[in-house]
Ligand binder design. Sequence first.
Ligand code: PLP
Length: 398
Amino acid sequence: MSAYLDHAATTPVLPEAAAVLVEHLSHPGNPSSLHASGRAARRVVEESRERLAAALGARPSEVLLTGGGTEADNLAVKGLYWARTAQDPARRRVLVSAVEHHAVLDPAFWLAEHAGAEIVLLPVDAEGRVRLDALAAELDAHATETALVSVMWANNEVGTVQPAADVVALAHAHGVPVHADAVQAVGQVPVDFAASGLDALTVSGHKVGGPGGIGALLARRELALVPVQHGGGQERGVRSGSLDVPAIAAFAVAVERAVADREATAARVGALRDDLVTRVRAAVPDAVLRGPADPADRLPANAHFTFPGCEGDSLLYLLDSAGVECSTGSACQAGVPQPSHVLLAMGVDEADARGALRFSLGRPSTTADVDALLAALPAAVQRARAAGLAGRRTAGVR
Ligand code: PLP
């Protein structure tokens, strides 16, 4: 029995979205062209934009279509920073939570290296929640030097849902704009752009049953954004590039569906996740559930553990060879596995952080997937521990 438990990395395209994608692939017409085919393509784009806006609580004119979540995050962080520093060169501080995805962290650090930004990593508590007292203190001390705040709606590794409303309230009290990466949140928890008060919000297609390489930045009309890429002036001049009509149409269908089905999916997947957590704890009693203790504070599809004495990568490969696919959540640098910056920011020590595995469920997940994991996990943990011990002995560490 095999099991795909990595839906947070990407999830299959919904049949309705796939049908729309295929339908539009054979239609001619660039939405920027003036002839009938171009106008027909433009209609598809604008209808899709309206559907995306309606599903996410935004106005159609606030939807900037991008080539995915990473691009939308780059546009938010760099575009806002450049616009704010152009208005006031003193505003060089970029406040980001320490548990952001690299699609936010890396553009921020790029700005520090190339554009004079000063990055402030906002600390998080042991459950991965941003420390509002630290944010308040930073803003109290340096509001007039602050360009922007970026705190994700929900974390991709440990599933922590962030207090977005509190972040917005604090930042707006000082006139500082706020961006949130909601790539993992859409379809799992309610996301309403207008109600959130956010200035900008990132969405990605392939996490919600749409195709990869398509996403959006929702941005308030009044928000000044300097473009990251230049060319044909599409998307209010902020994001040049010919629009990918089939992907946009499929993205809209997927987001609409994910939002409409959210409550039912979250209830079913959340129950399955709770069962997975209970069974992993029973099978491996010293496994540590990371992220929020209260399931209500965690994305319903997420379960994240550290397994003491194991290398997450060894466990991942052992499970993979048993047909169970999951993720460590952390990156490799030059082939060397690195402990997750998210876990380290939560205060997990480096040795424990190395034993991390994330199991993420999705719409197609069933009890059979959890059964397959539990059939393979105890032996995999035993072998990974033995390998870890042997490795430490070879290296002279006891
Ligand atoms: N932000 C978060 C929280 C993510 O989980 C991901 C994907 O892993 C991204 C951004 C990047 O999105 P995309 O794959 O559409 O570029």
